[in-house]
Design a protein around this ligand. Sequence first.
Ligand code: ADP
Ligand code: MG
Length: 215
Amino acid sequence: MTGITIALSKGRIFDETTPLLRAADIVPLDDPETSRKLILQTNRPDVRLIIVRASDVPTYVQYGAADLGIAGKDVLYEHGGAGLYQPLDLKIARCRMMVAVRAGFGYQQAVTQGARLKVATKYVQTAREHFARKGVHVDLIKLYGSMELAPLVGLADAIVDLVSSGNTLKANNLVAVEEIMEVSSRLIANQAALKLKRGQIQPMLDIFAAAVAKG
Ligand code: ADP
Ligand code: MG
């Protein structure tokens, strides 16, 4: 396949990527929020975008169905990064991966006493590694969304989730007690595509890098 396919998710990542794409003279011909198309042509005949679930972006790039992709560090960590080259932190969609509990729950005390914690999260791999590093025994409960509910109804003692403003935690009487990592979105590339299409991809990488540096 000649031309470049870029995988990204709609919502905040698409919105925050639009200015970077424009810097590289890439303008989508449709808006993914209003169009039902999953393949978006652009002003450039050699560049198209595909719209996939945020957590599916690394998979499309890994298998070469997309040459490039844009995915959060949270998603890349869970995926593992096999077959992916991660040349650039785009510094967009920034937030923090945190441990949160119900207000009043004695998290530090539970940790100190060696209690076994029930932790609900979409980010099972990240949570497993975090608590293993701390030497805390956990039972992980996989959820697909609305993690904030779990401690309120007794499903879990703690959650591992992304936090930006903290408003969702506050609205649900939860408090963040520990930061696991800072998260932002990365440009990812299929390793084979990067070799075969270096001439097309490298100038894009250079423009994205310059746009990120300018802020
Ligand atoms: P989805 O609901 O499909 O996971 P989102 O648009 O909520 O998609 O999240 C896409 C990506 O945006 C996440 O993988 C993460 O990197 C980033 N993200 C998620 N939540 C936040 C947030 N509160 N603030 C900033 N970035 C976020
Ligand atoms: Mg979301």
